[in-house]
Write a protein that binds this ligand. Structure first.
Ligand code: ADP
Ligand code: MG
Length: 701
């Protein structure tokens, strides 16, 4: 078969050649013409808009300034040698700085002339400067290039720039590539769908996304390409889901039996919330169909996921099956074990626990009890996945805190029974719905969006460094009431040394303020050996220490109802969802709980929004939506590991509506034509037949 022109290796493109070709592969993963034209501009500069120096502020992505060059000098030696140019307009002075091409630029830039400079301005000692700006002589009578008032900006790297592949260089390549292959770009979306959503053709979209004649056609081009990307992701996900429904038989949980009813009527110490009831009902429906359930239950911390899990496990047991529940750490497994024991009493079901530290003898007993069916529920860590762990009839596997477990682990659970067990994944990370839909498009999602009644919302306060004494006073008060306190420090790889220093200084300050023997503290951070960490945690859990100083290792799951205060140091450095997770460690008992966010006096705009959001709301979903807006989906917890979000143009924070449309459309298509055998869907059928996919996609289920 002839190679499709889109797959031509990039080095053959005019202006590339072997050396730049290698660089494009290494630096941007551009191997073919197709990869190049899918290297979309990440923004467009409106070259008709100019800023005045006085209007510059550090949150602007980039500014374009017209000014006269009033001074120019080369400063520094060797590596720090740089060209500093001062530009002046009628409102102030702006510095332009280059570290590269110093000699050449020094010759080219003429003092006294007027230039247009463009770039991202940083604030430095109260003055603004632009590192490596684009610069050109201002010529008021010149016509704009073509009528391109919107100039695309491509991401590039220092190395590529050395070989003239900056944004302008890349645009030249786009022009060369499109000239050759535009006519070979095949339409991938069926005509009736293009019509229905008023989508531009694919060739036109590629042309206009790289060379937009005006804003409205740029928007139309981007909309078309985003729709395509989201549409095919959903097409693939939902096809898998359909396939699974055909392929994997599931155990039928036909009856709601004795144990479930007894527990519900006599043992459950509270009324279920409506949300809990709804989710249990959804699970009931799922497990009656004879198809394997794969359900994600999302619920904010404290929303009562454990009760839902337990009742599902009882359902399994009533249907002659066993159940297991896997937690990410030993402490969490132990906590689940204790709380399930307490909830069910001694006689209802037989529960065991298996972790890495279970002694051999104990293990052997557990293995036997699992195989002869006398053990109903096994709680544990990763140890559950080991091959020796064999069940008589595993009907349900519950996984707590999903993002700690990967795909293979879920698959290993499947294999523990001849008919794959139903899977219930529980996560407290409030993933925005849109993201969940994309990430777990083939899992069904249930949401517990209601906290049990009577829970006192956590009060959140933001204090600045100079209010630290107030914070200490507050801790003292709470400890005097018998409460316990967390103090959490950031510890980030990039700034590890400095962070550890802060942690040390913090520990010292707290030891001074809260001396022995009246006060005792636990210290937990990632550098500790697991056994030591456990020991320190246990002391706090048992109430032997009143203050827990920790780095974020305590983030997941720990339950100490008597802890009523969460102090977060350098709170401005944590992401929103992390702050919310940390705050969720308190507010688990009957007492009023508090979260105190400590920060420096200077906050970035984003830092300010994060802290304000935390103070304003306790709603995990609202917080996760704001987090998504602020950071983009790449940074949302849980998405890195799954590696699914290799989106080239769509953006989950801003394209939610488009995602819904694409998903609805796909659902309708499969409803009507599950085999994609109708003529109008031929392109879609081809998509699955073709080898060279347009979208790379790691399926996670
Ligand atoms: P999470 O969803 O964070 O795992 P848990 O299941 O640990 O939450 O529940 C938190 C606390 O709330 C537990 O002490 C649990 O017993 C209690 N709880 C759960 N559901 C309810 C309810 N419907 N009414 C009152 N308390 C509840
Ligand atoms: Mg939990």
């Amino acid at each position: 078969m002839l190679q499709h022109s889109l797959q031509t290796p990039i080095e053959y493109l005019k202006g590339v050649g072997p050396q730049r070709g290698d660089l494009l592969k290494k630096e941007l993963s551009i191997f073919t013409y197709q990869d190049l034209i899918q290297h979309f501009p990440f923004r467009y500069v409106d070259r008709t808009k100019f800023y005045k120096v006085k209007d510059i502020h550090p949150d602007l992505a980039a500014v374009q300034i017209i000014g006269r060059v009033v001074s120019k000098e080369i400063v520094g030696e060797k590596r720090s040698k740089r060209l500093v140019v001062t530009l002046k307009d009628d409102t102030g002075l702006l510095e332009l700085v280059w570290f590269q091409g110093v000699q050449w630029l020094d010759k080219a830039i003429q003092p006294g002339s007027v230039y247009i400079a463009f770039g991202k301005a940083n604030e430095f000692n109260g003055r603004f400067s632009i590192p490596h700006p684009e610069i050109e002589l201002y010529n008021p009578s010149a016509k704009k290039l073509g009528n391109l008032t919107l100039q695309p900006v491509y991401s590039s790297t220092e190395k590529l720039k050395q070989y003239s592949l900056d944004t302008k260089g890349l645009q030249r390549l786009q022009a060369a590539a499109l000239e050759q292959i535009l006519k070979d770009i095949d339409e991938t979306i069926p005509a009736y769908i293009l019509d229905k959503y008023k989508l531009m053709g694919k060739q036109e979209a590629f042309l206009k996304v790289h060379f937009p004649p005006d804003t409205s056609s740029l928007e139309a081009a981007r909309r078309r390409l985003k729709f395509e990307e989201l549409f095919f992701i959903q097409l693939k996900l939902l096809k898998n889901k359909l396939l699974r429904n055909h392929k994997f038989r599931g155990i039928r949980f036909e009856t709601v039996g004795e144990k479930f009813n007894l527990f519900y009527k006599e043992r459950l110490p509270f009324d279920l919330t409506n949300a809990q009831k709804r989710v249990i009902k959804e699970i009931r429906q799922d497990t009656q169909r004879g198809i394997q359930m794969n359900r994600l239950v999302q619920g904010d911390v404290g929303s009562g996921k454990t009760a839902v899990a337990l009742m599902t496990m009882l359902l399994a047991i009533d249907n002659d099956c066993q159940a297991c529940m896997m937690a990410p750490t030993e402490i969490l497994a132990q906590q689940h074990y204790d709380s399930l024991k307490k909830l069910t009493g001694d006689d209802l079901v037989n529960i065991g626990i298996l972790t890495g530290s279970t002694p051999k003898k104990e293990r052997k007993k557990l293995h036997e009890a699992l195989q002869d069916g006398s053990l109903d529920i096994l709680i544990g860590t990763h140890a559950l996945l080991e091959d020796e762990v064999q069940f008589k009839n595993l009907g349900l596997a519950v996984i707590d805190e999903q993002h700690r477990f990967g795909v293979e682990q879920r698959a290993r659970l499947w294999k523990k029974n001849s008919v794959p067990p139903h899977i219930l994944v529980m996560t407290a990370t409030p993933i925005p719905r849109t993201l969940a839909m994309t990430l777990y498009g083939d899992l069904d999602v249930s949401v517990i969006d209601e906290l049990p009644a009577g829970r006192k919302p956590i009060k959140t306060i933001h204090l600045y460094e100079n209010q630290r004494l107030r914070m200490f006073g507050f801790i003292r008060q709470e400890i005097a009431k018998g409460r316990q306190v967390y103090v959490v420090y950031p510890l980030i790889k990039e700034s590890e040394k400095l962070d550890l220093l802060h942690l040390e200084a913090g520990i010292e300050a707290i030891s001074r303020e809260f001396p022995l023997p009246d006060y005792r503290m636990s210290i937990v951070h990632g550098k500790l050996k697991p056994a030591d960490k456990d020991f320190e945690m246990q002391r706090f859990v048992k109430g032997e220490t009143q203050i827990m100083v920790a780095t974020t290792v305590i983030e997941v799951g720990v339950n100490v109802p008597n802890a009523s205060v969460m102090i977060i140091e350098n709170a401005e450095r944590f992401g929103l969802s992390q702050l919310h997770q940390l705050r969720g460690r308190v507010g688990r008992g009957a007492e009023q709980s508090y979260c105190i966010l400590m920060s420096g006096n200077k906050l970035s705009r984003e830092g300010k929004i994060r802290l304000e959001t935390m103070v304003r709301t306790n709603d995990g979903f609202e917080i996760s939506e704001i987090d998504l807006q602020l950071r983009g989906p790449g940074d949302i917890q849980g998405t890195q590991q799954s590696g699914v979000l290799d989106l080239k143009i769509a953006d989950l924070a801003n394209d939610q509506q488009l995602l819904h449309q694409a998903r609805e459309e796909v659902i309708q298509i499969f409803d009507e034509d599950p085999e994609l055998s109708q003529e109008k869907n031929e392109l879609l059928k081809n998509y699955f037949l073709k080898k060279d996919r347009h979208i790379t996609w790691n399926n996670i289920s």
